[in-house]
Design a binder for this molecule. Structure first.
Ligand code: WQD
Length: 338
């Protein structure tokens, strides 16, 4: 049984990926520092799969701890989620982002090399494209100057991985996520925002639940069909499955180059109002929202050209925005009951 290390495996995308790894017969070991999640997520994963993943509470900023981990655990591959991801916060705390997203990656890669671990799937983001000139966005779209330190850390991380793969046995697949949304159908795991949600969907579900009084729609004067910004909302379970396909590709030596990039989205653009209308329709709830000024740093539109992921990687999204809005609401209702 192949053993996979999942860093950040108790956070939103990581936890859903651990479930899919276990469903596919992988042994999983999770590293998480619990800075952006709770240990209850481990119980949630176990409740879904009936297999308790091994868990090591570890801060990847502690180089010694990373060295000790790899001395004590032999793994066949790594899926690296652990990073800070709040775009706005990164503007005010750049050093936190460079230390947490870049420093930790260097320690991880050093110990992977020292212990002959040669396969890594990296959690990248469509943020690397900025506002693309052409839509849908292909992997050949130019990498534009990032709008935030967060986005810059994703671009830098891809460069670091490319540089290391050139001079070592490291094989890399960087998955460039569009906007991950929704939750597991069981509503046992989902998106756990800590504090005031920065992302759209948690704010939508908390508004519907009465936790937030009103959703602010950041601008309706964009050059889009209804004036609100367009994104590619990918169901987190489809996104998790992409990691399994990618890891298998590396383990079976099917990758064609030492580092590969794939856009992971639905290929479908949805506006903020599309999301609101869909959420209201599938859940039969009324959302209280108002149009306000644009949020600084937001781009007008982004949605993926998924041809490469579909044809080369052999992955395609299957779940819809409706599925995502339904599961997000079920999860929010479960959270309220906790
Ligand atoms: C989506 C749309 C907002 C909140 C960021 C990162 C990306 C990834 C996902 C980590 C935008 C609008 C939002 C609200 C709103 N993060 N919005 N009211 O900014 O597309 O992407 O999060 O990997 O890397 O860049 O996602 O969910 O913040 O916003 O109107 O209260 O919803 O303006 O158009 P974003 P988001």
């Amino acid at each position: 049984m192949k053993k996979i290390l999942v860093t950040g495996g108790l956070v939103f995308i990581g936890s859903h990926t651990v479930v899919e790894l276990q469903k596919n017969g992988f042994e999983v070991i999770i590293i998480d520092d619990l800075s952006n999640t709770t240990i209850n997520v481990l119980d949630g994963i176990t409740e879904i799969t009936k297999i308790q993943p091994k868990f090591v509470k570890l801060d990847l900023k502690n180089k010694q701890a990373v060295q000790t981990f790899f001395k004590n655990h032999k793994v066949d591959g790594v899926i690296h989620f652990a990073a800070s991801k709040a775009v706005g916060e990164s503007v005010h705390k750049p050093l936190k982002y460079y230390e947490n997203n870049i420093g930790t990656l260097v320690y991880l890669l050093q110990e992977m090399e020292a212990n002959k671990v040669t396969n890594i799937i990296f959690s990248s983001s469509c943020t690397v494209y900025g506002q693309a000139d052409t839509l849908p966005i292909t992997e050949k779209a130019p990498i534009k100057p990032a709008e935030s330190p967060y986005g810059r850390t994703k671009q830098m991380a891809e460069e670091i991985l490319a540089d290391v793969s050139k001079v070592s046995n490291l094989n890399v697949i960087a998955l460039r996520y569009f906007n991950p949304v929704g939750g597991h159908e069981s509503a046992i795991i989902g998106e756990l925002p800590i504090g005031v949600p920065q992302n759209l969907i948690p704010y939508v579900t908390q508004t519907a639940a009465g936790i937030r009084a009103c959703l602010s729609v950041f601008g309706d004067d964009y050059d889009t069909p209804d004036g609100t910004a367009v994104r590619d909302y990918i169901h987190v379970v489809d996104l998790a499955k992409a990691h399994i396909v990618a890891m298998k590709r590396l383990l079976e030596n099917k990758n064609k180059t030492k580092i590969e990039f794939f856009n992971i989205g639905t290929g479908q653009g949805s506006s903020v109002l599309d999301v609101i209308n869909t959420f209201e329709k599938v859940n039969n709830v009324k959302l209280n929202y108002k149009i306000v000024a644009r949020r600084e740093g937001d781009i007008t539109a982004a949605y993926a050209d998924t041809t490469l992921a579909n044809t080369e990687l052999g992955w395609k999204s299957e779940l819809t925005l409706e599925d995502a809005m339904r599961s997000a609401w079920l999860w929010q209702q479960k959270l309220i009951k906790k």
